[in-house]
Design a protein around this ligand. Structure first.
Ligand code: NAI
Length: 292
C-alpha cells in the first residue's frame, strides 16, 4: 500500500486551516486551497498564532515550527493538487457545492488519490456518486479545533474500498487521533446527537424558558460540559449548525430535527457566531454577561 506523503486541503476556514496545520506538523507536504485569497491570509495568520502559542507553552520547539511552516503551501489554484496522495475537503456544508468540487478534483488529481470529505453530516455515498472513483471517497470528520481535539470520525460510503479505509484510518492515527467509525447516515455519530441538543437549546431560548447565559451555565455545570450549547454553537458557526440540522431533517425525515426558527433568523441576519464577531453572543463586547 502506497504511503501518504502529501495532502491537499480545500477550504481554509476554521477546519481546513487546522487540518493543514496538523498535517504539516506530522511531516506531510500540504497544499491549502481556498477560492477566497482573504481566507488564505487569515489561515496563514491563524496557523502562525497557533504555532506561537504552542511554542510559548513549551509544546513545540522552534525548529519543528520552521520545518512545519516550510511544508505548507497556500494557493487559490486547485490545479496544484495534481500530485497529492489525498485531498481533504473542508468547504461549505452544501451538498451541491461539495459535489461540484469533487467533480473538479476527480479531473485534476492523480488516479490513485483519495478524496476525503470533512463534512459534518452529508452523505458520503452521494458525494462519491459525483466522481469516477467512488471506491476512493471517504468521510474524514475532524472535530473543532483539529490540532487539539482527539477524535476523527471515519465514514465509509457504500462503495468505499478497504484500502481507502485503511489508509485514511492510518493517516488519522499518524496525526495522533482516536478513530471511530460510523455508517453513512445523516449526521453520523457525533452530530446526530450533538446538533439536536444545540437546536433544543435554541428552542429553550426562543420559547423564553431561560436566558442564554442561564441555558449555557445550566448545561456546563449541570452536565459537566466544557462549553454551554449556545456558546458551542457560536464556536462551530451558526451557519454550519443550521446546514447540519437541515441535512438531519431531510435525511432522517423526522420533524423532531426541524431547525429552530431563532437559529434560522440569526443566520439570515448574518449572526454566524464567533467567526463573524456576533452570534448568540456579541464578541465585540467584553466577556461580562456570557456564560460562567
Ligand atoms: P468556514 O466557513 O470557516 O470555511 C469554509 C471555507 O471554504 C471558506 O474559507 C470558503 O472561502 C472556502 N470555500 C468555499 N467554497 C470553496 C470552493 N469551492 N473551493 C475552495 N474553497 C472554498 O467553514 P468550517 O467551519 O471550516 O467548515 C468547513 C467544513 O467542515 C464544513 O463541511 C463543516 O460542516 C465541516 N466541519 C465544521 C466544524 C466546525 O466546528 N465548524 C467541525 C467539523 C466539520
Amino acid at each position: 500500500m502506497e504511503a501518504i506523503d502529501s495532502v491537499g486541503v480545500v477550504g481554509s476556514g476554521q477546519m481546513g486551516s487546522g487540518i493543514a496545520q496538523l498535517a504539516a506538523f506530522h511531516g506531510l507536504n500540504v497544499w491549502l486551497v481556498d477560492i477566497d485569497p482573504d481566507a488564505l491570509s487569515r489561515a496563514a495568520k491563524s496557523i502562525s498564532n497557533s504555532i506561537h502559542r504552542l511554542i510559548s507553552k513549551g509544546h513545540l520547539s522552534p525548529d519543528v515550527h520552521t520545518k512545519a511552516l516550510g511544508r505548507l503551501h497556500y494557493t487559490s489554484n486547485l490545479e496544484e493538487l495534481s500530485t497529492v496522495d489525498i485531498v481533504i475537503e473542508a468547504i461549505v456544508e452544501s451538498e451541491d457545492v461539495k459535489k461540484k468540487l469533487f467533480i473538479q478534483l476527480d479531473k485534476i488529481t492523480k488516479r490513485s488519490a483519495i478524496l476525503a470529505s470533512n463534512t459534518s453530516s452529508i452523505s458520503i455515498t452521494r458525494l462519491a456518486s459525483a466522481v469516477s472513483r467512488p471506491r476512493q471517497v471517504i468521510g474524514m470528520h475532524f472535530m473543532n479545533p483539529p490540532p487539539i481535539m482527539k477524535l476523527v470520525e471515519i465514514i465509509r460510503g457504500e462503495n468505499t474500498s478497504d484500502e481507502t479505509f485503511s489508509k485514511t484510518k492510518a493517516l488519522a492515527e499518524r496525526f495522533g487521533k482516536i478513530v471511530v467509525c460510523s455508517q453513512d447516515y445523516a449526521g453520523f455519530i457525533v452530530n446526530r446527537i450533538l446538533m439536536p441538543m444545540i437546536n433544543e437549546a435554541f428552542f429553550t431560548l426562543y420559547t423564553g424558558v431561560a436566558t442564554k447565559e442561564d441555558i449555557d451555565t445550566g448545561m456546563k455545570l449541570g452536565t459537566n460540559h466544557p462549553m454551554g450549547p449556545l456558546e458551542l454553537a457560536d464556536f462551530i458557526g451558526l451557519d454550519v449548525c443550521l446546514s447540519i440540522m437541515r441535512v438531519l431533517h431531510v435525511g432522517l425525515g423526522d420533524s423532531k430535527y426541524a431547525p429552530c426558527p431563532l437559529l434560522v433568523r440569526y443566520v439570515d441576519a448574518g449572526r454566524l457566531g464567533k467567526k463573524r464577531g456576533i452570534g448568540v453572543y456579541d464578541y465585540s463586547k467584553p466577556k461580562k454577561g456570557r456564560a460562567k
